[in-house]
Design a protein around this ligand. Structure first.
Ligand SMILES: C[S@@+](CC[C@H](N)C(=O)[O-])C[C@H]1O[C@@H](n2cnc3c(N)ncnc32)[C@H](O)[C@@H]1O
Length: 218
């Protein structure tokens, strides 16, 4: 598969949205994108030499925030993968530094060695794949993490407010995306456990429908 082609997957990829994604996402995040990404990066408690994998990295905003805390001369690297080649192209054009590396790849089929990352992170990716692919992506994250490595997942989960419930239900039905319904029924923690991770903890909640989970590979 050439390095510039999208990767076959059942996941809902966003090639069609790559050109506008950077304008739309700040609106969806109601001006809190920087705070949200800073919280995720802080939870990673990075060392400068860490290798970090960002699943479904989109246009690379979170990958770049992570890379800014790493030292590439000491081996630190933030790797962003996304099945949509057009998202990867935007990430490469706008958010490349010596500490970043972006490539088209499916999260359920990672082309990395076992135990090759200190941390795996993902933001708003898991509601784009069905339950089978969610589990496979968690299993792959587990495989590529070193023992003791961290997994941080920020995604749609059981709504905690009326507004959160409204947004979840509207997006599930307007986008005709049953994968969102799986998330909002609370499937993610159980799948992390099935993949072998320690009991996940909810570290933060955004807008009443996005939970930030942290766990580790024992
Ligand atoms: C809502 S975007 C999130 C992008 C970015 N992480 C963020 O927080 O802005 C979801 C991303 O998942 C990607 N995606 C969908 N299925 C995928 C898969 N199976 N493997 C990797 N990426 C996938 C889409 O192409 C899209 O870029």
């Amino acid at each position: 598969m050439p390095d510039s082609s999208s990767v076959p997957t059942r996941g809902r990829t966003l090639d069609h949205a790559a050109a506008v994604y950077d304008f739309v996402e700040p609106l969806i995040m109601l001006g809190k994108q920087a705070e949200y990404e800073r919280d995720i990066v802080n939870l990673l408690a990075l060392r400068p030499s860490d290798r970090v994998l960002d699943l479904g990295c989109g246009t690379g905003t979170l990958t770049l925030s992570i890379a800014e805390r790493l030292d590439p001369s000491g081996g630190g690297q933030a790797v962003g993968i996304d099945a949509a080649a057009k998202m990867i192209r935007v990430a490469r054009e706008k958010r490349s530094t010596p500490a970043t590396w972006y490539t088209p790849m499916a999260a359920e089929s990672l082309d990395f060695e076992d135990g090759s990352f200190d941390a795996v992170v993902s933001s708003l990716f898991f509601h784009h794949v069905d339950a089978d692919l969610k589990l496979r992506a968690f299993q792959e994250a587990f495989r590529v993490l070193k023992p003791g490595g961290k997994l941080i997942v920020a995604d749609m989960h059981v709504p905690t407010t009326l507004l959160g419930a409204l947004i979840s239900h509207v997006s599930r039905w307007v986008l005709m995306q049953p994968e969102i319904g799986e998330n909002t029924r609370g499937i993610l923690p159980e799948l992390m456990l099935r993949a072998g991770f320690a009991q996940p903890r909810i570290e933060a909640c955004y807008f009443g429908y996005i939970a930030v989970f942290s766990t580790t590979r024992p």
